[in-house]
Design a protein around this ligand. Sequence first.
Ligand SMILES: Cc1cc2nc3c(=O)[nH]c(=O)nc-3n(C[C@H](O)[C@H](O)[C@H](O)COP(=O)(O)O)c2cc1C
Length: 406
Amino acid sequence: MELKGKKILLGVTGGIAAYKSAELLRLLQKQGAEVRVVMTPAATRFVTPLTFASLSKCPVYTQDGAPEARPYQHIDFPRWADLYLVVPCTANTLGKMANGLADDPVSLCFMSCAGEKWIAPAMNTVMFLSPAVQANLKRIREFPKVHVLESPSGMLACGEEGPGRCAEPASIVETLLSAPENDKPILGSSKSVLITAGRTEEAIDPVRYISNRSSGKTALALALAFKNAGFAVTVVSGPMEAPRVSGIEWISVKSALEMHHEVLSRASQFDVLVHAAAVADYRPKTVSDQKIKDSRSHLTLELEPNPNILRDSVAKKHPGQIIVGFALETADAERHAKEKWQKSGADLLVLNTPVAKDSGFGFDQVSYSLISKEEPVSPPQMGSKESLAQKVVSFVLTSLGGHSCQ
Ligand SMILES: Cc1cc2nc3c(=O)[nH]c(=O)nc-3n(C[C@H](O)[C@H](O)[C@H](O)COP(=O)(O)O)c2cc1C
């Protein structure tokens, strides 16, 4: 979306990452946005309202600001805004917003904001992974017009390491810039997308299988981005850690053969196919019906190739259908991906190059290039899985003749 001229309300809550909101405010202003700030009482203990008032050149809406002077701030601020960002979003404020409580300026504005809302949860890893926070995240993801930014893994202010960090201001701006414009109808009429997700498991015997490390996070980001762009979304998913979201049809499979069957039998009904699953190239030729005994001698597994779901769906492609493939290459990535794109016949190939530390499988950041007729190989870029998903949605919208999100 275009940020120039956008009116953005920035909600700041009482987390250690509150200082990042000041940088975010500056970056949004650099993009030409007008920013106003609303703070919880706890947030004012981390950064003073004076800091935000000076940067935004506008009074900050706080709990102890004299309500007599501006009695309807809780309605006027969100109504003024085109977008409401809550950065950082504490576990406490997330819990309130997800459950309809509104006893401070930030949660109150959330409830009275009819527009698009983006939140950046930020907290200690144990808090982030707690059942309460995970349940609230699942709940709030299902609210209309609410987007939850990733809370990347890394070193936290408390010295521990794990997920729960506040998304970086630059990455938030990047994600907003590549998101669809919220006040424009994105699609003239309803379109449908089928996305493959997760990994496959290829059975060796009743208890063992061959698989890979895919977490399903990219596919989840794609599913949400397409849903937010107005598509009817179906996901054919192998096992994955990423949470499932309501409002999306989920079809569960285990093996590559099952995924092949579910995708190929449905493919013709969809306007767009996105092959994001990490499908095993090979499967054991025979599957033992009993657990293979440990004989302490060498064991050779004979593997046979799985069908290529991307190539087979391209062979059955109908006019106007858009097909997106994913490739993961660790060596001579560009040459291999170009070959794969040419061989596959996909409209767009996303080349995943998990070369950087903390990127790729299981991480929130991904390093990627896009290959299409329009763009032979874009320079590799590092970004959030959400921003990659937005780029794919933009490509698809442009190809379908809708407006581009870029
Ligand atoms: C030094 C310090 C750092 C904190 N950092 C966080 C944090 O990063 N995330 C979080 O959810 N809570 C954090 N808390 C706890 C919140 O400040 C507390 O839950 C508060 O009630 C949140 O209020 P609010 O959601 O209204 O801003 C921190 C507390 C302290 C004292």
